[in-house]
Design a protein around this ligand. Structure first.
Ligand code: HEC
Length: 108
């Protein structure tokens, strides 16, 4: 019993030891987490199937971040995206644009 407690605490300590790789993983999952709600409207992995909602898959990071920041500032007219973009910091929008540009591949 005592030995397994020691083994368990060593194991937990190893899990909690910060490494550069762990920090990178946290950043990736945060970007993924922030982006998942977008897919409910923009289609699976950003591939929209409906004309009123554009696909995000296949767009460059620059194009996405320009659009998102313009929505947030109210510089680009929109029915929904102004309200959605305002819910994110500029840094988060940049993180989302980067995630979409690298992870959301076009399927059609
Ligand atoms: C409730 C539905 C909905 C959600 C959720 C949503 N969008 Fe949109 N998105 C739209 C609509 C509708 C448009 C067209 C512009 C408008 O009328 O708002 C649009 C347009 C865009 C555009 C412009 C694309 C282009 O090619 O012109 C980008 C970029 C975008 N959305 C990114 C996102 C991101 C990133 C998220 C998640 C943070 C997101 N959207 C969440 C509905 C949504």
């Amino acid at each position: 019993m005592k030995r397994s407690a020691i083994v368990l605490s060593v194991w937990i300590a190893a899990l909690c030891t910060p490494t550069t790789q762990a920090a990178d993983n946290v950043k990736i999952s945060r970007a993924s987490l922030l982006t998942q709600p977008c897919f409910s409207c923009h289609g699976t992995n950003g591939n929209s199937t409906g004309i009123p909602i554009p696909s995000l898959a296949g767009q460059t990071e620059a194009a996405l971040s320009v659009s998102l920041l313009a929505f947030k500032k109210g510089e680009r007219p929109a029915t929904l995206m102004t309200r959605i973009a305002k819910g994110y910091s500029d840094e988060d929008l940049q993180l989302i644009a980067n995630y979409l540009a690298t992870e959301a591949k076009p399927t059609h």
